[in-house]
Design a protein around this ligand. Structure first.
Ligand code: SAJ
Length: 410
């Protein structure tokens, strides 16, 4: 259920391992594209895998579920206003499969979810299907022909290396009862080379949120250092590299802000569940969310000194070497700049072929080649550390005002 950045790689991996996969997505375009053996998202090597899976008949996409042995839910879990978690896609996916579930089936929630979501899935299913037993781990019931199994196994893959990490990463599995945990463990053992770590559903949910909150807090530390260094006129990249020579120090990299649909979102699920206790996690969110505004102010203070300033923004994706623009600080920065009609903004983003609607609405924003953007601009802002930008001929940067938010042109 869900053929996005997690669902499609998972579906095609399982298909190449011999499973028959019926992939479901509400997006008709995604379904049609996949059924042609093509992909609607970019991830290295995914095209080859999807093509092979569809050609072998092991992967079929559809907008409707059908009966299966194992159901994997990999739908988005964003937040609503005020950072309240939105689990409506999980609810819709669960309710869509409920009529098809048979005793003995395994339902897996892979989406990163607020604490209690796996229990909610059990409640939604039994609400619709009182004939099924999901909550009782009593041995007699397990033997009964009404038992189904529900587990949370949070995805932990890094965009850009999803297909490798789906196999190599350690996995956490937490069932709503111990039999659900065991049944899910057996399934993942078929294709996971990493360790499989067993727990309960709520701990698995919080473990996943904790991993991303940990990274967010550590990036916030690096971003805070970048502000401190700017004030003190010290090179933050050199500083971090020196400090990281200490055997027990490993500071992450500052940047233009934290993007993606995970790190910038998941800490809020912890904050929402225990607001009084999550002060550090909350403060880290504030530090990281403020960084794009800080970059915009820096650009504007340089632009103020120029007549009809042209700004080249290099990169739009939320991190390097991918095409994913979700929650991207680069998109946010360009959007804020574009609102000022005295500025002309040229964007170079080698991983996309058209601007997203949020930016295409502006007449002072254009997508162009890296060379054209740089050569036309007064101010060059490096927003994403794509490999292409690291290897450009530096002589074209001479005479330009440069703001390198990722420290790759040091
Ligand atoms: N970033 C920095 N500085 C750094 C590292 C990252 O500014 O030193 C920024 C990136 O540029 C990006 C954002 O943070 O804007 C997030 O990027 P990321 O590479 O840290 O993480 P994601 O969102 O691509 O994937 C994360 C991963 N989680 C962890 O590393 C703990 C991944 O394993 C998860 O599966 C994924 O979230 C997810 O789906 O939850």
């Amino acid at each position: 259920m869900g053929l996005g950045y997690i669902g499609l790689p998972t579906a095609s991996l399982l298909a190449t391992k011999g499973y028959y996969v019926h992939g479901v997505d509400v997006n008709q375009h995604a379904v049609d594209t996949i059924n042609k053996g093509e992909i609607h998202i970019y991830e290295p090597d995914l095209d080859v895998m999807v093509k092979a899976s569809v050609q072998s008949g092991h992967l079929v996409a559809s907008t409707e579920p059908e009966e299966a042995d194992i159901y994997i839910i990999a739908v988005p879990t964003p937040f609503k206003e005020d950072h309240v978690p939105d689990i409506s896609y999980v609810e819709a996916a669960t309710k869509a499969i409920a009529p098809y579930i048979n005793p003995g089936n395994l339902i897996i929630l892979e989406s990163t979810s607020p604490i209690g979501t796996t229990d909610n899935i059990a409640a939604w299913i039994t609400g619709m299907r009182p004939d099924l037993i999901v909550e009782n781990e009593d041995a007699a019931n397990e033997r009964s022909n009404r038992q189904i199994y529900i587990s949370h196994c949070p995805e932990r893959v890094l965009p850009g290396q999803i297909l490798k990490e789906l196999i190599d990463n350690d996995r956490i599995i937490g069932g709503i009862n111990s039999s659900s945990t065991k049944v899910a463990e057996k399934f993942y053992r078929h294709f996971v080379k990493g360790k499989i770590l067993l727990t309960n559903a709520r701990t698995a949910e919080l473990a996943k949120l904790t991993e991303n909150a940990y990274r967010d807090v550590n990036i916030a530390f690096a971003n805070e250092l970048s502000l401190i260094c700017e004030k003190l006129d010290i090179d933050v990249w050199e500083l971090i590299s020196l400090a990281n020579h200490h055997p027990r120090v490993n500071i992450l990299q500052p940047g233009p802000g934290v993007g993606g649909h995970c790190i910038a979102v998941d800490p809020w699920f912890i904050i929402g569940a225990a607001p009084e206790e999550s002060k550090l996690i909350h403060q880290a969110r504030i530090v990281n969310d403020n960084k794009p505004f800080h970059i915009v102010n820096k650009i504007k203070s340089k632009a103020e000194k120029l007549k009809a300033p042209i700004i080249a923004c290099l990169g739009l994706s939320f991190k390097k070497n991918i095409d994913d623009l979700r929650e991207s600080p680069a998109v946010q920065i360009v959007n804020l700049l574009a609102k000022d009609h005295s500025l002309k903004v040229l964007i170079a983003e080698p991983h996309i072929s058209g601007l997203p609607p949020v930016l295409s609405q502006y007449s002072n924003v254009n997508l162009t080649s890296t060379e054209h953007a740089i050569s036309s601009a007064d101010i060059v802002v490096l927003l994403v550390d794509h490999d292409e930008f690291g290897t450009i001929d530096r002589t074209i940067l001479e005479e330009k005002m440069i703001i390198d938010t990722r420290g790759i042109w040091k």
